[in-house]
Design a protein around this ligand. Structure first.
Ligand code: GDP
Ligand code: MG
Length: 595
């Protein structure tokens, strides 16, 4: 146990966490030269395609140092704000963290938020100044920022280049010297905290856990404390590049367990595993509950696939503890699920994973934050779907969620960013100069104005020189209205949105225009209307198609006709028929691209 070190790598997105993990894995010869590839731990297709880490990844390394053999458990973490729940769970399994800062960028918003997460768990912080090979590196200036931020000595900062392999041996030495060995009682009652899990269709669910006290042996009878269920530890082991079975996992270590569990509901991330013959009196304090920020419906395109989608959601949830959902029905779309996400990127990733890993084709509806609505009968409703919003004359008051936002940028962009934030109903709370030309702006803003396209616009107006982080603050009264969309006089509940009254008219007008572009022309005219209550506030028309596409190839060419039909069928993939109008997926997302 004295020779174990558990640590994670945290940083703002793109500052080089995954690349640094590569170098540590190489240096410790954890994988062969042949197996090595860039960002080795980003093993999901989606991660490799997008070049971002979505999941935390644990890997065990052996390291011989100063005549002693050490076991280093490394966890690489994502940097994007939508995946901070992954970071917080990884942090709970560690005693130390490498805080990586890009020497050409300096401290960014998630550098600070991830540092606070780590300090909140009393982790030992090792600051790493990465990318010192870049011509634009500013080691002196960024070192000043780091010293200011964490109050360390300048000499504590390790200068490194993950790309060129500079500073790697020094980092490993610091991991051994500065990060404390895990604590716990090796002979105590067994307690293992589940911090992640994966569904494996052949072997059942694999749970990943960190041992706090005691040890576990292959074949032990175990109990999951939250569910009360008992299993046999059919296989236990450690996470190298592949899973490697072991006979015993001891205090302080990170391991996996397979016991043939097939139903996702039986496993809960944050639960404690104990041993029937060494029962723990109580569970380890798990994780804080996730606080979803955005809600949207997910529906199968093919209504008969509802049960399949439920199974897929359960399995995905095992590997994505931040995803929450419950069944809902929509007049337009039928049976589906109301889901809570940490942000738009999270929502996008969930949809993509459902399609890639579970082969589902789904439609996601207009996302929304959650409002507190007090009715005239003094009931308090939590409303995250426009369809749940009571009629205007039944509403006493509405509160909307607010966040505290921190934006770090260069001084030249401050003006443009201020304007953007004001447009988004933001209130400037504070501004702090980090250095002579870097500034942190603190705003209070309605969450609904931030979660959708705010980040993209921020990046555009600052040419990429702005980073954003935010925390949930609480509710404030807001003058919100429900905006309905009607197609040929029929209300399409899945297209409704809850918007601020000051923006409703503009919103309605733009949304109708956008829908006119997005709805495919059909044999008949489609009237698009936006309404608040009974009042129509905007209208557009999609003209009818003049000719049937099939009419062109009447008679003769049957294969051409079939091809056309097939093409139409394919095009239908992500469409939903509402009344007699076909609505493509893009229409449901149109509200996000109004500006
Ligand atoms: P992460 O988002 O923090 O995991 O960052 P990645 O490890 O995915 O790296 C982001 C980008 O920075 C990639 O293009 C890397 O090749 C690059 N990068 C990482 N470390 C260095 C470094 O030390 N020097 C240079 N020049 N580029 C680096
Ligand atoms: Mg990464």
């Amino acid at each position: 146990m004295n020779n174990i070190r558990n640590f994670c790598i945290i940083a703002h997105i793109d500052h080089g966490k995954s690349t640094l993990a590569d170098r540590l894995i190489e240096q410790t010869q954890t994988v062969s030269q042949r197996q090595m590839q860039n960002q080795l731990l980003d093993d999901m297709d989606l991660e490799r395609e997008r070049g971002i880490t979505i999941k935390s990844h644990a890997i065990q390394m052996d390291y011989k140092f100063e005549g002693q053999q050490y076991v280093l458990n490394l966890i690489d973490t994502p940097g994007h704000v939508d995946f901070s729940y992954e970071v917080s769970r990884s942090i709970a399994a560690c005693e130390g963290a490498l805080l990586v800062v890009d020497a050409s960028q300096g401290i960014e918003a998630q550098t600070i938020s991830n540092l606070y997460l780590a300090l909140g768990h009393d982790l030992e912080i090792i600051p790493v100044l990465n990318k010192i090979d870049l011509p634009g590196a500013m080691p002196e200036e960024v070192s000043d920022q780091i010293v200011d931020l964490i109050g360390c000595e300048r000499s504590d900062i390790i200068h490194a280049s993950a790309k060129e392999g500079i500073g790697i041996a020094e980092i490993l030495a610091a991991v051994v010297h500065r990060i404390p060995a895990p604590k716990g009682e090796p002979d105590g009652a067994f307690q293992g905290l589940i911090f992640d899990s994966v569904f494996n269709s052949y072997r059942g669910i694999e749970v990943i856990f960190r041992v706090y006290n005691g040890e576990i042996r292959k074949g032990d009878k175990v109990k999951f404390m939250a569910t009360g269920r008992e299993y046999y530890a059919d296989e236990i082991g450690v996470l190298r590049l592949e899973k490697e079975p072991r006979d015993v996992i001891k205090t302080g270590d990170v391991g996996y367990l397979i016991s043939g569990i097939k139903t996702a509901k039986e496993v809960k991330v944050g639960d404690t595993i104990t041993r029937m013959d060494r029962l723990a009196a109580e569970a380890i304090k798990g994780f804080e509950d996730v606080k979803p920020m955005v809600f949207a419906g997910i529906y199968p395109v093919d209504t008969s696939e509802f049960e399949e989608l439920r199974e897929a959601m359960e399995k995905l949830q095992l590997n994505d503890a931040a995803l929450i959902w419950e069944p809902e029905t929509s007049a337009a779309l039928g049976f589906g699920f109301r889901c809570g996400f940490l942000g738009m990127l999270h929502m996008e990733i969930v949809q993509e994973r459902l399609e890639r890993e579970f082969d589902m084709t789904v439609i996601t509806t207009v996302p929304s934050v959650q409002f507190n609505v007090t009715t005239t009968k003094e009931e308090l409703l939590k409303v995250s779907a426009p369809s749940e919003m009571p009629e205007p004359n039944h509403i006493e008051s509405i509160e909307e969620p607010f966040i505290a936002a921190q934006i770090i940028t260069k001084s030249e962009y401050v003006g443009a960013i201020m304007k953007l934030c004001m447009d988004k109903r933001g209130i400037l709370k504070n501004q702090v100069y980090l250095t002579s030309d870097r500034i942190e702006l603190q705003f209070e803003m309605p969450l609904s104005e931030v979660v959708f396209d705010f980040f993209d616009r921020l990046k555009t107006i600052s040419r990429g020189y702005a980073s954003l982080d935010y925390q949930y603050l609480g509710f404030k009264e807001g003058d919100m209205v429900k905006l309905d969309i009607m197609l040929n006089g029929e209300k399409v509940d899945a297209l409704s949105a809850i918007v601020h009254r000051d923006k409703a008219y503009e919103w309605g007008k733009r949304l109708c225009e956008k829908l006119r572009e997005l709805l495919p022309r059909q044999q008949f005219e489609i009237a698009i209307q936006a309404a608040i209550g009974q009042k129509i506030i905007a209208r557009e028309t999609v003209k009818a198609l003049r000719k049937d596409v099939l009419a062109k190839c009447y008679g003769g060419d049957i294969s051409r006709k079939r091809k056309l039909l097939e093409k139409q069928k394919k095009g239908k993939k992500r469409m939903r028929q509402v009344g007699n109008v076909e609505i493509p997926q893009e229409a449901f997302m149109a509200v996000l691209k109004l500006e």
